[in-house]
Design a protein around this ligand. Structure first.
Ligand SMILES: [Zn+2]
Length: 270
């Protein structure tokens, strides 16, 4: 009798142990599936209001879609401001505004959704003319980090890499030889962390004595990152021409910007 009891007891113990192993395996499978499903989701947004519209938009979208594909990120492209509802926008990890300009939203409600998204910890990437978007909305300028003022003619100039310790600049040398529109902005948010700056000595421009003048000495910020009002933002003023979106250094620059906003684990390519 005592032996029978002992054997039944050890049977129960084995069953409990097997059950525990089964539960642990199930949890591990569930957890790893959850990790598999945790794909970044990117919105590529290109809406322009009345005014100058860049001809680089299709090329920039193609480039950004390829960056998403390469990294296994989901993406959706839109130039329709009606996507800015709380429900639709909350599924995105980063909103990439590519060459939007002038009125970028149709209604105040859409602006409120965008602001709430950022305040809820959302990610924002701005490329080139995005600094000319929403020219009557100070919060938008602060979120981007600055507001467009003017640019000299498209020309070659030197870009000084201020900080290499960012995935958007780690692949560049000390000086990046570049040809573009050199944007000058005001309303610069003092919290921006500058990554790239133009060497003003290399710019031919009659107007630069009026603005930016001597505000920043020899250099003027062109690309930065920051964390503003609960969100995480990266902006580059570069990227005027269609060909830029086929340039390897520029593609890495954009990819790195999105990765920084996504808090992707930074690895030094060297
Ligand atoms: Zn441009």
């Amino acid at each position: 009798m005592e032996k029978l009891c002992l054997s039944a007891y050890s049977d129960i113990k084995v069953k409990i142990r097997m059950k525990t192993v089964f539960i642990v395996v199930c949890l591990l499978v569930l957890f790893s599936c959850d990790l598999c499903l945790a794909k970044a989701n990117i919105l590529i947004y290109t809406k322009n209001g009345k005014g100058y519209v860049h001809d680089n938009i299709d090329a920039s979208v193609e480039c950004l879609k390829n960056i998403c594909k390469k990294n296994g990120w989901d993406c959706q492209v839109s130039d329709d401001a009606s996507i800015f509802t709380k429900e639709k926008i909350s599924k995105f990890d980063v909103l990439v505004f590519s060459n939007t300009n002038n009125e970028t939203f149709d209604t105040q409600q859409q602006r409120d959704v965008f602001k709430a998204y950022i305040q809820g910890g959302g990610g924002f990437v701005g490329i080139h003319s995005v600094c000319g978007s929403e020219r009557n909305w100070p919060w938008f300028w602060a979120n981007l980090g600055g507001k467009f003022v003017r640019h000299p003619d498209f020309q070659k100039f030197d870009v000084k890499v201020i900080d290499h310790d960012n995935p958007s600049t780690a692949h560049l040398g000390e000086i990046w030889k570049w040809e573009d529109e050199c944007y000058f902005m005001n309303q610069l948010n003092p919290d921006i962390h500058v990554l790239l700056a133009v060497d003003l000595v290399t710019i031919k421009d009659e107007g630069k004595k009026d603005y930016p003048g001597e505000v920043f000495g020899q250099y003027f910020p062109l690309c930065w990152c920051h964390e503003f009002d609960g969100g995480r933002q990266w902006y580059t003023a570069l990227g005027h021409s269609i060909d830029h979106y086929k340039d390897e250094n520029f593609k890495k620059h954009l990819e790195g910007g999105i990765k920084w906003v996504l808090k992707d684990i930074y690895t030094d390519p060297n």
